[in-house]
Design a binder for this molecule. Structure first.
Ligand code: NAP
Length: 358
């Protein structure tokens, strides 16, 4: 319908989170006014770092408590906003009725605002690649925006671990349909990959899986994950930039979705070893990667790795539309490690003769 104007006002849900907080910071850097939505503004452990952003001191950044489970929770916050970045998680992806209900809460507040012209909804690459039958990846190996998981597979149920990817597809469609019906705003979906990069507050190390996995590598414990799927990465700062450029774009259309990833596919064992390669001064004691998968999964290791190896990741659409440039994974890993140590106080396992500076 309309991009947000430069310097306009944007509400960001999930602002205390890893991705949401980078959307907040980069919007402020670009001169926007930001309403940071968090679940509980008074929870200092999660929100003090937002108050420490310089724009808070002038009121260009404001904080707002809102639990998206409560109907009408964004009514006041969205009034006067030009755009919404709906980044937050929901409380339960396995209950589809609940996911639809929460979407309705946010959509109703957007409609009531009479000012919002664009909503960017954060989805996930799970809504692109997550298959019940992994062999579907052999039939459709090109991973791009128009690829959806095989929705006709009767085994695609929350009980089989598909709740998250299903919930994300439900949300994308709910927002696009509501925007088409309203005719006053549009909904664009951003599907981020595995976010790696610097955390901004200590609590963030415990949430997104990837920074937690890197924390475990630093602590000397590491194991295979994702049934031998390589990480499919995006730097959290580039992901945030994608969200903002989709809010600003004059090219996007309601209902479109864009994948935010660099197309790097580092393997678990390479990532763990890379910490010492990138930061030799640290003296990280690279642990052995262990394999905790059940025997039946271990027996399929070669087959599963080969399936992922033949997948082709594409990001031409978001690069063409937004001009965003993705950082290499090495930069994301280095900056994540440094933030885990400096922001969250993680004490890495070091080789003899090394110690952290005091
Ligand atoms: N991290 C990744 O690699 C990745 C990859 C693909 C997609 N995504 C998507 O990106 C989004 C953000 O992920 P993230 O890694 O930044 O997660 P995160 O650090 O856990 O942040 C998510 C935020 O969601 C908020 N939230 C959860 N339930 C809520 C509720 N009922 N009401 C209000 N707020 C609620 C939490 O708010 P409080 O902290 O204030 O409680 C939290 O800060 C999610 O939609 C996720 O599915 C993430």
């Amino acid at each position: 319908m309309a991009p947000i104007p430069k310097g306009g006002t944007v509400a960001v849900t999930g602002s205390a989170g890893f991705i949401g907080s980078w959307v907040v910071r980069l919007l402020l850097d670009k001169g926007y006014r930001v309403r940071a939505c968090v679940r509980d503004e008074s929870d200092g452990k999660k929100t003090d770092f937002l108050r420490e952003m310089p724009a808070y001191s002038t009121g260009r950044l404001t904080l707002h408590s809102a639990n998206l489970d409560d109907e009408g929770c964004f009514d006041d916050i969205f009034q006067g906003c030009h755009g919404v970045a709906h980044v937050s998680h929901v409380s339960d992806y396995n209950d589809q009725e609940y996911v639809e209900k929460v979407c309705r809460h946010i959509i109703a507040s957007v409609n009531k605002s009479e000012s919002v012209t664009r909503v960017v909804v954060t989805s996930s690459i799970a809504a692109v690649i997550s298959e019940v039958d992994i062999k579907e990846l052999l039939r459709r190996p090109v991973l791009y925006e128009d690829r959806y998981p095989d929705e006709s597979n009767p085994k695609r149920t929350p009980e089989r671990g598909q709740g998250y990817s299903m919930g994300k597809v439900i949300a994308q469609r709910a927002f696009s349909d509501a925007a088409a019906e309203a005719g006053t705003w549009d909904a664009i979906t951003c599907c981020p990959a595995d976010n790696v990069g610097p955390i901004q507050s200590a609590h963030q190390k415990n949430f997104g899986p990837w920074q937690h996995n890197i924390e475990m590598m630093l602590l000397g414990e590491y194991f295979q994950n994702g049934a031998y799927r390589p990480w499919m990465t995006v730097d959290v700062r580039d992901d945030a930039e994608c969200h903002i450029r989709l809010l600003e774009s004059v090219k996007v259309q309601n209902g479109e979705r864009y994948i935010a990833w660099s197309c790097d596919t580092p393997k678990v064992e390479e990532i763990c070893a890379s910490i010492d390669r990138l930061l030799p001064e640290l003296g990280h004691d690279t642990p052995e990667v262990t394999d905790n998968f059940p025997e039946r999964v271990q027996a399929r290791e070669d087959e599963l790795r080969a399936i992922w190896d033949q997948c082709e990741l594409r990001n031409d659409r978001i690069r063409d539309t937004t001009g965003v440039e993705f950082r290499p994974f090495d930069d994301s890993l280095r900056d994540c490690v440094e933030s885990l140590i400096s922001v969250a106080g993680v004490k890495p396992q070091l080789r003899d003769g090394f110690k952290l500076p005091s």
